[in-house]
Write a protein that binds this ligand. Structure first.
Ligand SMILES: [Zn+2]
Length: 83
């Protein structure tokens, strides 16, 4: 070992995407939001505690500099798949 056993790597939410032009993988750091901030904006209460994150509107490939509008594809809803 390198003597780094006590050093902790802090992980952050991120979005992964593949460039359509060069085919390479990119990561965008998620924009974290405080639950209280979102509730103030939507004038309501959110159901669950947890981490709320946003993705950037535009992403740029770090390999070939291609620029895209961003779209998020969430995980499939397991309950709907049973139908
Ligand atoms: Zn690219």
């Amino acid at each position: 070992m390198s003597g780094m056993e006590d050093v902790v790597a802090v992980l952050h939410h991120a979005f992964r995407w593949d460039c359509e032009i060069c085919g390479r993988e990119n990561f965008e750091r998620a924009i974290s939001m405080e639950k209280e901030y979102i509730e103030a904006k939507v004038d309501g209460k959110l159901d669950e505690d947890g981490d709320y994150v946003l993705y950037p509107a535009i992403v740029i490939c770090k390999h070939c500099s291609a620029q895209y509008l961003a779209s998020f594809q969430g995980l499939p809803d397991l309950e709907e798949e049973d139908n």
